[in-house]
Design a protein around this ligand. Structure first.
Ligand code: PGA
Length: 254
């Protein structure tokens, strides 16, 4: 059986509180009642609690764009898992390539963040992906393997139900260049096999792996038709309710 799809909008550093609430409400209107898919929205920290309140009645997961591993303390600039929950959130994006590339987050740091999320029962959306340079050097699988193994170090099989992976090739993020469906499927199949090697086949079969990087209304259907693509993590096209609505309501193949 195919896994429940997850269509996730990462709003990055966009939207004032009122803009975010309006967008969330408009997105909620686009969500039909599906049993086979769920929707996640990741507003900026400042808008988390208002967005959660605005869509309280809707079946949408509210997600933070990062998370610290400690409940509280001297961690200037960070947000704790408890604060995310207090704001009405239940998930956190971890290891986004912008955190890795612009803010220098290492695999070790990302591992701590993921463990923090899991310890406080948040869903962790773990992002991985190679740069163009790494792909051209033929290192894609090696890079993915290191990122996955290091991020999941110490994460137990029983916690994997709260982990969603997102394969986001860095060269496809915000560039308009989507990985072809074949390239994406190949990477997803590799990641799933890796999860089976680290844990077991059953866990790999249940783990959702989203694709991210220039997902648009025009390419979502063919991406979602791939056997190992279980959803999308969407940046630019998630900032507009109509385009994200079309992505949420992707057409099922077959
Ligand atoms: P994009 O961003 O859809 O704008 O390429 C995806 C992401 O960074 O998660």
């Amino acid at each position: 059986m195919k896994r429940k799809a997850m269509m996730a909008g990462n709003w990055k550093m966009h939207m004032t509180i009122s803009e975010a609430c309006k967008l969330a409400e408009d997105v909620a209107q686009q969500c039909k009642k599906y049993d086979d898919r769920e929707v996640l929205l990741a507003p900026a920290y400042t808008a988390l609690s208002d967005v959660a309140a605005a869509i309280r009645e809707d079946d949408i997961i509210v997600c933070s764009q990062n998370v610290c591993w400690e409940e509280k303390g001297a961690f200037t600039g960070e947000i704790s898992p408890v604060m995310i929950k207090d704001a009405g959130g239940s998930a956190a994006i971890i290891g986004h390539s912008e955190r890795r590339q612009i803010f220098g987050e290492s695999d070790q740091l990302i591992n701590r963040r993921l463990q923090g999320a899991l310890n406080f029962d948040l869903l962790g959306v773990l992002c991985i992906g190679e740069t163009l340079e790494e792909r051209e050097a033929g290192k894609t699988f090696e890079v993915l393997e290191t990122q996955v193994r290091e991020a999941l170090a110490g994460v137990e099989a029983g916690q994997m139900g709260n982990v969603v992976l997102a394969y986001e090739p860095v060269w496809a993020i915000g560039t308009g260049k989507t990985a072809s469906k074949e390239q994406a499927q190949e990477a997803h199949a590799f990641i799933r096999q890796l999860i089976a090697n680290i844990y077991e086949k059953n866990i790999a079969e249940q783990t959702r792996i989203l694709y991210g990087g220039s997902v648009k209304p025009t390419n979502v259907d063919e991406l979602m038709a791939q056997p190992d693509i279980d959803g999308a993590l969407v940046g630019g096209a998630a900032l507009d309710a109509d385009s994200f609505g079309r992505i949420i309501n992707f057409e099922q193949a077959g």
